[in-house]
Design a protein around this ligand. Sequence first.
Ligand SMILES: [Zn+2]
Length: 228
Amino acid sequence: MKDVFREFLNLLFPPLCALCEEALVKSETFLCTNCKADLPHIQLHGERSQFLYQKLSATFPVKQVFAYLLYQKAGSTQKLLQLLKYKNYPELGTELGRHFGTRLAKEGYTEAFDLIVPVPLHTSKFEQRGYNQSEMFANGLSEGLGVPVDAELIIRIKASSTQTRKSRIERWLNVSTIFEVQQIENVRGKRILLLDDVITTGATVEACGEVLVAAGCTELSVGAIAIA
Ligand SMILES: [Zn+2]
């Protein structure tokens, strides 16, 4: 009965594409086929991932860097991230995670990780938003890859202040004391994929990665919905 009602509602108010706002057909979720195909996908081992890899390698031994989309001001990725972070579209994150997970599975990454860990939000921000966008992305990626998610492994003990007007050192100091591993025994010996929403300076994943490495994970890779 519920499904019949939903189909009736969809007939009256068809769900729209999050980007072009055209009505979606039954097989489409959040994005129409055209907009999905037009997303600024990042080449898996391309220049941009390599650049971030080099940068993070200076702080901790990172295995690989994976990013789904390119972030550009006023581009489609920015629009999707705004919907995901500020307009209460948690399912959009999961959907993007599914797309990316399917792609990574096709490239042979189903056995590459033991655990997916999203960068946590501070409790106050979590309560305000009601969900962690990186965790939503992690859940979709988990479906696509068949790797479990642990969203409680790390907690954010301090909310970081805004990063934009700080120098690199100040940014690093600002995030270096904000994460804490909860169960060290769940990190030890694990190959972990750490996920963030957007990586710009890399300071947040650097700080988060450091605590995971210190807690004894055997491999640490970093992934993101987008990199700038
Ligand atoms: Zn569209």
